[in-house]
Design a protein around this ligand. Structure first.
Ligand code: PLP
Length: 399
């Protein structure tokens, strides 16, 4: 066989490898220094008790001949979980039907796999900087990738250029890596642009649970017209600490259609179902039981405590940057703080500076796109004690 040539067009996946290499070299040279890790986007709080209880019950059911479950018929998730997701959407005013919800093993799978249904010659419009999966999977599929710039000037919330055409648009709000959140007005401009172009928006809402201002949209479906041009992908990874459990959900409205090459109109949901029917067999029953418990009154109360814990860490970082007069986005409705590197440093120079002078490990913005060259991502997933220590160290380093 021959390898898909598109893989040779991918950027080398070196960001976290290079970080690990530099950290290891530093630790070897300074064995008595304890580093504070604020780079990785993984949660640190354990799964909440209501969810663990539900998962245990699901496991027990699998061991009982009366309640044992094999393959799930549809592979799109049990109704009890879809019902829980639909009620959750309803809590912020969005109505979705059960047959529009598809349960999956996390948002990475669907944000990556959706390229399977895009036609030949698709032009994908992706914000820069962005979560790397969008760019990589479009390049693997041989699509053309174009960019919408997120910059300091627009508060790292890229907006469409009416003179540029695209078939697919990737938006992520609250954003990884920049932590910025689109307002309803901004999303309406994107929705209108998508309709104008007959394009589809892939809306990644993996961090919606961090939004604490009720006027900010948690779902693209809060925007008029979005049901005919958008797919939404969401995850329990950051909402409920499911990075190691693996569960998320995708909403494809029944009204959303696209054209075949011969000009016929087809429902996107039907094509996606066909794709999933061949390549995906659903999420394990105990994990779906656990996921449904997230949306119970008790579950929501418990996960909100963890989110508040991270939000408090983000505030410690934001307050420090405010005091230092450093520009940043995020931190308010997001676990990410996207800061401008001080003293004109580029992001890798600042990485080394921060490691050496403050003993803090972060993520250089250059790893997320060209507009990250002079920016840096810190995450709120450490303890409050370490976050405070890191910020004290940063202040001292910049004295
Ligand atoms: N989307 C964004 C923007 C992310 O940052 C992540 C994970 O970091 C994901 C999707 C994938 O999440 P998961 O596959 O764990 O649900």
């Amino acid at each position: 066989m021959k390898i898909n040539e598109n893989f040779s067009r991918l950027e080398k996946n070196y960001l976290f490898i290079e970080i690990a290499k530099r950290v290891k070299a530093y630790e070897t040279a300074h064995p008595d220094v304890s580093l504070i890790r604020m780079g990785i986007g993984d949660v640190t709080r354990p799964i909440v008790p209501a969810v663990i209880e539900a998962m245990k019950k699901g496991v027990d059911e699998m061991g009982d001949p009366k309640t044992f479950k094999g393959y799930e018929d549809s592979g799109t998730g049990y109704d009890f979980l879809k019902q829980a997701v639909a009620s959750y959407y309803q809590s912020f005013g969005v109505t979705v039907a059960l047959d529009e919800i598809r349960i999956n093993d996390g948002a990475k799978s669907d944000t990556g796999n959706i390229v399977d249904v895009f036609g030949k010659g698709t032009v994908a419009l992706i914000t820069d900087p962005a979560y790397p999966v969008y760019v990589d999977t479009n390049i693997m599929a041989g699509n053309t990738v174009i960019y919408a710039d997120s910059t300091e000037e627009n508060g790292f919330a890229a907006m469409p250029d009416p003179n540029v055409r695209a078939d697919v648009i990737y938006l992520c709000s609250p954003n990884n890596p920049t932590g910025s959140v689109y307002t309803k007005e901004q999303l309406k401009i994107w929705v209108d642009y998508a309709k104008e172009n007959d394009a589809v928006i892939i809306f990644d809402a993996a961090y919606e649970a961090f939004i604490s201002d009720p006027t900010l949209p948690r779902s693209i479906f809060e925007i008029e017209g979005a049901r005919t041009c958008a797919v939404e992908m969401c995850s329990l990874s950051k909402t409920a600490g499911f990075t190691g459990m693996r569960c998320g959900y995708t909403v494809i409205p029944n009204e959303l259609t696209a054209k075949t090459e011969s000009g016929d109109t087809v429902r996107l949901s039907e094509i996606w179902n066909r794709r999933q029917g061949s390549k995906f067999n659903g999420v394990s029953y105990p994990v779906q039981c656990a996921a449904a418990a997230v949306f119970t009154e008790e579950g929501l109360k418990q996960i909100r405590e963890n989110i508040a814990y991270y939000q408090n860490n983000a505030k410690i970082i934001g307050d420090t940057l405010d005091a230092l007069g450093i520009f940043y986005t995020g931190g308010k409705h997001s676990p990410y703080i996207w800061m401008k590197c001080p003293r004109g440093m580029d992001s890798w120079t600042f990485f080394d500076f921060l490691l050496d002078q403050a003993h803090v490990v972060g993520t250089p913005g250059a790893g997320f796109g060209k507009n990250g060259t002079h920016f840096f991502r810190l995450t709120a997933f450490n303890t409050p004690e370490n976050t405070k220590r890191a910020m004290e160290n940063l202040k001292n380093a910049l004295k």
